[in-house]
Design a protein around this ligand. Structure first.
Ligand SMILES: [Zn+2]
Length: 200
């Protein structure tokens, strides 16, 4: 008879393998690592998973993750409320914050428009962005989507939708590697891109 792993081990490996970037081999390695560690380690990991699933949700205003009603950036009264920085993912927001890139507020799209992948504007946080800009008092919107084909196209699409008198729409400038993502850009490059942004 073929070897069968104990049910709990098989289930653990199977769950780990559903995570992005974790293949069958890596899932097995992680499972064995956890089994070899004191049970306390698994308990803490399980608790952290449960806590984040139960306590963390997207900020209803900007899409950042939060465990309160609004996220700390939306609640921060020291922020420039006339400046809005549009990013693809929360990880991009975190990159921007690490270099104190945007003294204003953020809007997290949750991705980019990509017709080939079946992602239209309706699948992203775009309706909420248009409403927010309509109702708000913004003077500048920075399109900080990634310098990929889809990121550029999404920035252009949004610029067209948002354009109005008295509102400046800008794009992060030179220095960003084409095809790269903000999350992996070094801090100096990101700061330079921010300071040299151009109008769309
Ligand atoms: Zn927020």
């Amino acid at each position: 008879m073929a070897y069968q792993a104990p049910a709990a081990l098989a289930a653990l490996t199977q769950q780990l393998a559903t995570l992005p970037g974790v293949g069958a081999k890596a899932a097995q390695r992680l499972a064995f690592h956890l089994l070899a560690a004191p049970p306390e380690k698994s308990r803490m990991l399980a608790q952290a998973l449960l806590d984040s699933a139960e306590q963390i949700h997207p900020c209803p205003v900007c899409g950042n993750f939060t465990d309160r009603e609004l996220c700390p950036i939306c609640e921060d009264s020291g922020r420039q409320r006339q400046l809005l920085c549009v990013v693809e993912q929360v990880s991009d927001l975190i990159s921007m914050e690490r270099v104190s890139g945007c003294p204003g507020l953020y809007h997290v799209l949750g991705g980019v428009i990509s017709p080939l992948d079946g992602i239209g504007p309706e699948k992203l946080n775009i309706a909420s962005l248009l409403r927010r800009v309509e109702e708000g008092d913004f003077r500048e919107i920075i399109m900080a989507t990634n310098p990929t084909v889809e990121g550029e196209a999404t920035a252009q699409y949004l610029a067209k939708k948002l354009r109005r008198d008295g509102l400046k729409i800008t794009r992060l400038a030179h220095g960003l590697p084409v095809g790269g993502t903000l999350s992996y850009v070094d801090e100096a490059t990101l700061e330079l891109a921010m300071s040299g942004r151009r109008e769309l």
